[in-house]
Ligand binder design. Structure first.
Ligand code: SIN
Ligand code: FE
Length: 296
């Protein structure tokens, strides 16, 4: 179980001693999953009806909580319902955001001042029922990297909680540590076309300049998903996160795939490399070592 580190905490502000924080950060920053089997996110009785995919609007996979940008739709995007219902969804997801943020700040005081909050999501749909192109198919092992959102090395830290009302686990595959996966894929990826990063920005295909780092991460994400051989032979652990449990990983580093499950809350947080306890373990630094030069 070296890919998953289990923690006994039952509350969202566990406040471990400083050496314990550093030890846990060391595991997380290697790309391991921190698993809190007894940390639940309880729903209020009035929120139980939200455990239904009918709240998703159109083709959305998740309801996302964006209180400022989605103020006109009750603070949520991707949802359908009356204004009162949308406000209820926003309150539930907003409470999870506060809990997830408290958890990370409390476990890792070194991160606290540097976290940038990304939208929080509630995923009421079934993993298996998604019909998607290979690039969007998260049932295949991958590291997270998003075509339109270059981050130049900034980290993607995610907190997940299974809120299934019955006993359905969220089943993941967790792959090799990043260094091994990167060593396998990096040499196969053609270099970025000179100037491409600026062209993509000018054409508004990306929201900001796509760096060499973003180029390699995106190509690695794609190459992992497209490589049928890798998908079938990659060493991995299949693990089911039960309802009432929470888990944390750097999803830009942990090779992961979601095989099945329904009803999950997820919070994404961004973190600059300088705020890590072990910056040299970050994907940017690992890729730069393997590449033999700067990629920022
Ligand atoms: C993913 O981030 O690839 C999917 C996670 C999940 O839906 O459990
Ligand atoms: Fe992912």
């Amino acid at each position: 179980m070296y890919r998953i580190v289990e923690l006994p905490y039952t509350g969202w502000s566990p406040a471990p001693a400083e050496e314990e924080s550093r030890r846990l950060a060391g595991e997380l920053e290697l790309g391991k999953v921190l698993y809190l089997p007894a940390l639940r996110f309880p729903l209020q009785p009035s929120e139980q009806p939200f455990l239904d995919p009918r709240w998703l609007s159109g083709t959305h996979k998740s309801v996302s909580y964006e209180p400022v940008r989605a103020a006109d739709t009750g603070g949520v995007r991707g949802a359908q319902g009356s204004p009162v219902e949308l406000a209820g969804l926003a309150a539930m997801i907003g409470r999870f955001q506060a809990d997830a943020l408290a958890l990370i700040r409390s476990l890792f005081p070194g991160y606290a001042a540097h976290l940038r909050i990304a939208p929080t999501s509630f995923r009421p749909g079934n993993v298996e029922s998604r019909k998607l192109s290979w690039r969007k198919d998260d049932t295949l092992l991958h590291v997270d990297s998003f075509p339109s959102r270059p981050n130049r090395g900034e980290r993607i830290l995610r907190v997940f909680t299974n809120v299934h009302p019955g006993d359905e686990k969220r089943v993941w595959k967790v792959g090799d540590l990043f260094e091994q996966t990167a060593a396998e894929f990096l040499h196969r990826i053609p270099p970025q076309t000179p100037g491409a990063g600026h062209v993509l920005k000018a054409l508004r295909i990306t929201k900001s300049h796509r760096s060499k780092y973003d180029h390699y991460m995106l190509r690695m994400h794609d190459a992992m998903k497209q490589d049928v051989g890798y998908q079938s032979r990659a060493s991995h652990l299949t693990f089911g996160f039960p309802p009432g449990s929470t888990w944390i990983c750097f999803s830009d580093q942990t090779a992961h795939a979601a095989l099945s499950g329904q009803f999950m809350m997820e919070q994404t947080l961004h973190l600059p490399i300088a705020a890590l306890y072990y910056p040299e373990r970050s994907p940017l630094k690992v890729l730069e070592r393997l590449y033999g030069g700067a990629l920022a």
